[in-house]
Design a protein around this ligand. Structure first.
Ligand SMILES: [Fe+2]
Length: 262
């Protein structure tokens, strides 16, 4: 993996421009990547179904390269919003092929890694996805979410200085939540980015991410890092909605995760 880490770092270094404002976001994505790698390694160690060596190899590579498309996205469009630019998962898959980062891997590992990068940011996974590829994709998505939740908890906590790019250019409109986001929370399903209008929408949407997590070790990591305490503390809307969101989080964090289809 050391060679891949060096290749990733060399590739990303080429996007640093000397403009501290832009470079800060590039660095943020590099740091995020290595934390996602650590989360993925933790999942491999703790979840039996990820232990097969071929699964572990593709998962490590997919974790390292999952956001490789972010650098081109940020350079060209200056945003992390896919809706306002491009699908960064698909862009990442094409960067992987173009750069030949996986040329020395065996065919199956290469195929699984590219598929996992392309699918890591999909709203929902294709129903036909099964077996090891499903496990790998689900694990990358879990590892990614665990770290994003921790980063965004700092941005969305009470009194934090909001970063417009990280918060997807959403309005700080205290007390206003979109009905579609609330509906998703009440129906215990993942809410859509396109329905978000305000920072409180983002806080509620993050609560619904818990329904997409597949591994118990991910739920445990989230319980331990306490990110939802901060996210919910920052909520500015009605106290009953806040209590409802807190109950959803509490229930989900304390219930065992759903198991994957074989
Ligand atoms: Fe991503």
């Amino acid at each position: 993996m050391e060679k891949h880490r060096s290749a990733f770092l060399e590739y990303t270094r080429s996007f640093f421009s000397g403009d501290p404002e832009k470079d800060r976001y590039m660095q943020l994505k590099v740091d995020h990547t290595f934390r996602v790698c650590s989360h993925a390694a933790m999942l491999t160690a703790e979840e039996n179904e990820l232990r097969a060596p071929a699964v572990g190899r593709a998962l490590s590579l997919a974790a390292l390269y999952h956001d490789v498309g972010r650098f081109e996205q940020l350079k060209r469009w200056n945003t992390f919003s896919d809706a306002q630019s491009c699908n960064h998962g698909l862009l990442g898959a094409s960067v992987l092929k173009k750069q030949g980062f996986l040329d020395n891997e065996d065919r199956e590992v290469r195929h699984r890694t590219i598929a996992a990068v392309a699918l890591h940011n999909r709203f929902a996974l294709p129903a036909a996805l099964r077996g090891d590829l499903l496990r790998i994709v689900a694990a990358v998505r879990d590892a990614d979410k665990v770290d994003i939740l921790r980063i965004l908890a700092e941005q969305l906590g009470p009194g934090s200085a909001a970063d417009n790019t990280m918060l997807m250019h959403l309005k700080d409109a205290p007390g206003i939540c979109s009905p579609a986001i609330l509906k998703a929370l009440r129906e215990k399903r993942v809410a859509r980015y396109m329905d978000m209008r305000t920072l409180d929408d983002f806080r509620l949407l993050l609560c619904t991410w818990l329904f997409d997590l597949r591994f118990n070790a991910s739920l445990r990591a989230i319980r331990e890092n306490g990110c939802f305490i901060s996210i919910l503390d920052g909520f500015t809307g009605a106290p009953d909605v806040k209590a409802e969101a807190a109950a959803v989080v509490e229930n989900r964090l304390n219930a065992p995760s759903s198991t994957l289809p074989a």
